[in-house]
Design a protein. Structure first.
Length: 324
């Protein structure tokens, strides 16, 4: 059976774009019985940017709660916190010593920042090696990632192959499965929804706050009575991603007919979010209230992951000349 593995950034509560574009498709993929799946929250990578212990901890919890709320089955998927399996750090050091400096200096993610070297920490430089360790420690065959991570996967393959050449077959050389963005969820300002644009919709917010965010969606100034073009409206686009077929059709007709205001459309979108994600919102809040339950699930995942990691690290130690 092939093994798929991927890491999730822990940069806060996943927004609607993350959920529709990444969380739901990944959970679907994990359900495929042809694969064995490993999914982890990359909280060690987060330390390259997050400088507040409370924030780092909370981010991990909200990511875990969101994935579980959307139905991630932890009996089938090994779901863990990266920092709970510190074996990955030892492997990172070993791999670092075998990684040519120019390979990391040429990585886009580093090069983009190398104009401001004073702001760059060594962790950011070594980021791709930690990512390689995340992957090859678990003999992953396939790694589903976005296009922005393609180069990191190439680095991972280079590291695995050169290790195998030097020390004999040790690591599976993983393949990236690059997901072309199938769905692009617009944010409240009509651009791609993204944390960096401050235009996200957090579907887990309490009702009133969620309504406030939905009301913020930017629309044009067409008066209520005039017909409107649904295809040009962010409210309609978002509604189409969430509501049922008949409701979408009804809203489309309302737009075209006129006499239907954006305020009404926003109310309908808000109701649709509440209804569509009722169960997930409840579950998310349940998990966020009971961190023990989250910790328990993540710990169980970490134990499964650790068993694989320990065996691989033992082999590594022997190969490199340490007592295993
Ligand atoms: P952000 O842009 O908010 O920083 P990330 O880059 O952390 O989001 O994305 C995490 C995952 O969510 C990626 O797989 C990405 O493709 C997906 N994703 C992010 N924003 C959207 C969006 N607006 N529509 C669809 N998928 C998205
Ligand atoms: N760097 C990845 C991102 O920014 C997250 C990540 C860390 C990852 N380790 C990984 C993804 C290992 C896949 C495999 O999205």
């Amino acid at each position: 059976m092939s093994r798929i593995l991927t890491g999730i950034q822990s940069t806060g509560v996943p927004h609607l774009g993350n959920i529709l574009g990444a969380v739901k498709p990944a959970i679907e993929m994990c359900r495929n019985p042809a694969h064995e799946a490993f999914l982890f929250i990359a909280d060690l990578h987060s330390l390259t940017t997050v400088r507040n212990a409370g924030v780092l901890r909370e981010n991990t919890y909200s990511v875990a709660a969101a994935w579980l709320a959307f139905g991630l089955d932890t009996r089938k998927t090994t779901f863990y916190r990266q920092s709970d399996v510190p074996e990955v750090c030892e492997l990172t050091w070993m791999l670092s010593c075998l990684t040519p400096y120019p390979m990391l200096a040429n990585a886009h993610s580093f090069k983009d920042k190398s104009g401001r070297l004073a702001e760059v920490n060594a962790g950011l430089f070594i980021y791709p090696v930690l990512m390689a360790a995340d992957i090859i420690l678990y003999d992953a065959d396939f790694v589903p990632v976005g296009k922005d991570q393609q180069q990191h996967l190439e680095i991972t393959r280079d590291i695995a192959m050169s290790f195998n050449r030097a020390y004999g077959d040790t690591f599976v050389v993983p393949q990236a499965t690059i997901s072309e963005q199938v769905m692009l969820v617009p944010g409240t300002d009509g651009q791609k929804m993204s944390k960096s644009y401050n235009n996200t919709i957090n579907i887990f917010l309490p009702d009133k706050e969620l309504l406030k965010v939905v009301k913020k969606i930017v629309t044009d100034a067409t008066p209520v009575e005039q017909p409107k073009d649904p295809e040009k409206c962010t409210v309609f686009k978002l509604f189409s991603l969430i509501a049922g077929k008949t409701d979408i059709e009804e809203m489309r007709q309302n737009y075209i007919r006129g006499g239907y205001g954006y305020g009404q459309a926003k109310e309908a979108l808000y109701e649709a979010i509440i209804e569509k994600f009722k169960k997930e919102r409840e579950l998310y809040n349940y998990f966020m209230r009971d961190k023990n339950e989250l910790d328990k699930k993540l710990k169980e995942g970490a134990e499964k992951a650790k068993a694989v990691a320990t065996a691989k690290l033992k082999l590594m130690r022997e190969k490199l000349g340490y007592k295993s």
